[in-house]
Design a binder for this molecule. Structure first.
Ligand code: PRP
Ligand code: URA
Length: 209
């Protein structure tokens, strides 16, 4: 079973506390999602391979290390995952971006697919699937299914808030996929919302409610 990483860095936890508040404005919410995603990206890329290079400084030759050419892709789950993309691309400018459109049916809570556009060479890339919320896990499992159907083998899931139900669903369907969350919340409520959570991430990022 791939590892579950709960990122308890003080900066992430501080920003998450503000993010959760019902009084946080759309503008601030959007900014915080980006900032948290950037900090999470820093941790989730910790194991990327490096290669030795020599760099000529103004003084002498320095032995340095650079990324070993592993190609990356960031795949947000629409809509809310979009809020995590810009700050990650700022850190990894060469990453390609794919989009997977899924929404939860309000009654069944099952994911409904409406869009999928991925980089042509996605199967050779280390893929980071990003979505602020991992609730029932239905959307995450469906997104990873799409990627595996396209031949992807190296997939990492990044969610700001997870819960036991969602993590269990991903781990059961995709035991090879590592999951990074900033918090593991308690449970789901009767509407399959995460408790205590932060409400509807898409609505809070885009101001639709
Ligand atoms: C939210 C969230 C995830 C999904 C998580 O999206 O951004 O994609 O729900 O729930 P699950 O783990 O139970 O599948 P939503 O379906 O509300 O769509 P939206 O981002 O377009 O608002
Ligand atoms: N989607 C959200 O945006 N929030 C939840 O709590 C669950 C699913």
């Amino acid at each position: 079973m791939a590892q579950l990483h709960v990122l308890d860095h003080p900066l992430i936890q501080h920003k998450l506390a503000i993010l959760r508040s019902k009084d946080t404005s759309v503008k601030e919410f959007r900014e915080l999602v980006g900032e948290i995603a950037g900090l999470m990206c820093y941790e989730a890329t910790r194991n990327l391979p490096l290669q030795e290079v020599e760099v000529e400084t103004p003084i002498t030759i320095a032995k340095c290390r650079m990324l070993a050419g592993k190609k990356l892709a960031i795949v947000p789950v629409l809509r809310a995952g979009l809020g995590m993309v810009d700050s990650m691309v700022a850190l990894i400018p060469s990453a390609k971006i794919g989009h997977i459109g899924l929404y939860r049916d309000p009654e069944t809570h099952k994911p409904v697919e409406y869009y999928c556009k991925l980089p042509e060479d996605i199967e050779s890339r280390q893929v980071y699937v990003v979505d602020p919320m991992l609730a029932t896990g239905g959307s995450a499992v469906a997104a990873i299914n799409f990627l595996k159907q396209r031949g992807c083998k190296n997939i990492i899931m990044m969610n700001i808030i997870g819960c036991p139900e969602g993590v269990a669903a991903v781990q059961e369907a995709h035991p090879d996929v590592e999951i990074y969350v900033a918090a593991m919340d308690e449970k789901l409520n009767e509407h399959a919302y995460i408790v205590p959570g932060l409400g509807d991430a898409g609505d809070r990022i885009f101001g639709t409610k």
